[in-house]
Design a protein around this ligand. Structure first.
Ligand code: C2E
Ligand code: MG
Ligand code: MG
Length: 484
């Protein structure tokens, strides 16, 4: 059990390190597709877009005559910045500085990788959120020429020679259980260790302690805690078990016309509590399910559950809609369309009453998004763009998509009453939506001031948020509708 947890943790660490390496490579490849003149306005915008969309990259820079001439964060650098020789050069032309002081933050050092005429600064905290007590961890970058460990994060847990050889290894020193996992594609190894006496304690009380700790710390830690706490079965297996044993349930959050207060629709939101009763946040397991290809099963589950439960209510209120969140993979999955059709046929619900929410991110492949949206709308479903404003939807992108509704991300809602730049663009977004004949649902309304702001726009917005209602069980939703 403890052995499996150590192995699993090492594997999670290596996954992260490889994800970062892939992200660096694709950011550099993209940055080397020069847009216009080096450091011109198109180039800077391109660099900013790359830095903005990458999760573990803080800055992307442009090199002219081997000097840093501009970057996504610094803008144009005058005079261009001299760069010292790299710590390491790889056979495929990458130059690496393992711990270079940053111009963009004094006193901070980071890993910088250069290829062609671009470089990328890796977020110095890229590994910090992986710490997980009482495990110890290390990520090591090793020299391709086997001379040594060039940079490591975390603690030194094994002899450098083990890392330089880049061989996977399970070690039991009598004191520690250790696992070394090395990448096949990059010069990186991840090591995880657990003290044996901790491991024994863990068999008894640890299991519950882990859950509490995970919940307390939230975010990634809770998801990794969740991955480690129970058996090391892959998430896909556990998710299927959860689907079968009804650990997944649905709640519904009302959406109201802000002017009249009338409830116009409700969003179905999934909930997962594991056997110990710990709630696992949906964003965490949905994105994990997206990576391992099980997200489609969640979508199918939600569609079947909604259509089985909500039929009578939707017949009583023919103007009302229930929306279901879908993921990018659904758009190209033939099974998704089959499930949708069968569920609707079996329940007799009319298609106009089941809306589909897709995130801005999942419309990145515009060609795929356009044809899928057209297909869904042709079937009769209203299509919503979720979390609008978090991605890179330009006006042209929106126009091409041909949607019914945009859901304004709650970052904008939060900005109301502040002097954030976000609030200043809200009127433009609303105007644009109006011109494109799109309805707007405002997400995350928490205060009276936010409510009043969006109720007084012309035309008035629809809204969803805690001040209106938290997500409700289906029975409570029915009562809410009767009152609104
Ligand atoms: P989303 O689709 O943008 O859903 C809205 C989220 O905002 C929900 O979080 C909701 O509980 C939360 N929320 C609503 N009002 C407020 C408010 O006033 N303040 C704040 N701070 N939050 C508010 P939840 O349920 O945790 O879901 C998070 C995300 O997980 C969803 O974001 C959606 O992307 C995903 N998700 C949830 N259920 C499903 C599902 O069945 N399928 C898929 N594919 N994704 C789902
Ligand atoms: Mg949604
Ligand atoms: Mg949303």
């Amino acid at each position: 059990m403890a052995r499996a947890d150590v192995d699993h943790y090492a594997n999670t660490l290596l996954d992260r390190a490889e994800l970062i390496a892939r992200e660096i490579n694709s950011a550099l490849a993209e940055a080397n597709r020069l847009q216009g003149d080096a450091c011109g306005s198109d180039d800077l915008e391109h660099l900013r877009k790359i830095a903005f969309t990458a999760r573990y990259i803080k800055d992307v820079g442009r090199l002219v005559d081997k000097k840093l001439a501009c970057s996504s964060f610094l803008g144009v650098v005058t005079p261009p910045f001299e760069i010292r020789p790299p710590d390491l050069s790889t056979a495929d032309g990458h130059k690496i500085w393992v711990n270079t002081p940053l111009r963009l933050a004094e006193g901070v050092t980071a890993l910088v990788v250069e290829a062609g005429s671009a470089n990328a600064v890796v977020d110095p905290s890229a590994f910090l959120d992986l710490a997980y007590q009482p495990f110890r961890y290390a990520i090591a970058m090793v020299d391709p020429d086997k001379r040594g460990v060039v940079r490591s994060w975390g603690r030194r847990l094994v002899d450098d020679s083990v890392l330089i050889a880049r061989t996977d290894k399970s070690v039991d020193t009598g004191i520690d259980l250790i696992r070394v996992d090395c990448s096949k594609d990059y010069f990186i190894c991840a090591t995880a260790a657990l003290n044996r006496s901790e491991a024994i304690a863990r068999q008894s009380k640890f299991v519950s302690g882990f859950g509490a700790l995970g919940l307390l710390l939230g975010g990634f830690l809770s998801s990794i805690g969740f991955l480690l706490r129970t058996s090391p079965k892959p998430l896909s297996t556990r998710l299927r078990e959860a689907l079968r044993s009804n650990q997944l349930t649905l709640v519904f959050q009302p959406i109201v016309d802000l002017r009249s207060g009338r409830m116009v629709s409700a969003e179905a939101l999934i909930r997962w509590s594991d056997r110990e009763g710990n709630a696992i946040p949906p964003d965490t397991f949905i994105s994990a399910a997206e990576s391992d290809g099980t997200a489609g099963e969640i979508t199918a589950y939600v569609i079947r559950h909604v259509t089985r439960t909500a039929g009578p209510m939707l017949r009583d209120y023919p103007e009302m809609t229930i929306t279901v969140n879908i993921v990018a993979a659904d758009l190209t999955d033939p099974n998704f369309y089959v499930v949708l059709e069968q569920a609707l046929d079996a329940s007799g619900i009319i298609r106009r009453q089941i809306g589909l929410e897709l995130t801005e991110r999942s419309t990145a492949r515009q060609d795929i998004a356009i044809s899928a949206i057209a297909r869904l709308r042709q079937l009769g479903h209203p299509v919503y763009l979720d979390d609008f404003g978090t991605g890179y939807s330009s006006l042209a992108h929106l126009q091409g998509l041909n949607l019914d509704v945009i859901k304004l991300d709650r970052a904008f809602t939060k900005s109301v009453g502040t002097d954030s730049v976000k609030v200043s663009i809200v009127p433009q977004i609303l105007e644009m939506a109006n011109a494109l004949d799109l309805r707007v649902v405002v997400e995350g309304i928490e205060t009276q001031a936010q409510y009043a702001y969006f109720a007084s726009t012309n035309p008035p917005c629809y809204g969803q948020g805690w001040i209106i209602s938290r997500p409700l069980s289906f029975d409570k939703l029915v009562s809410f509708k009767a009152e609104h």
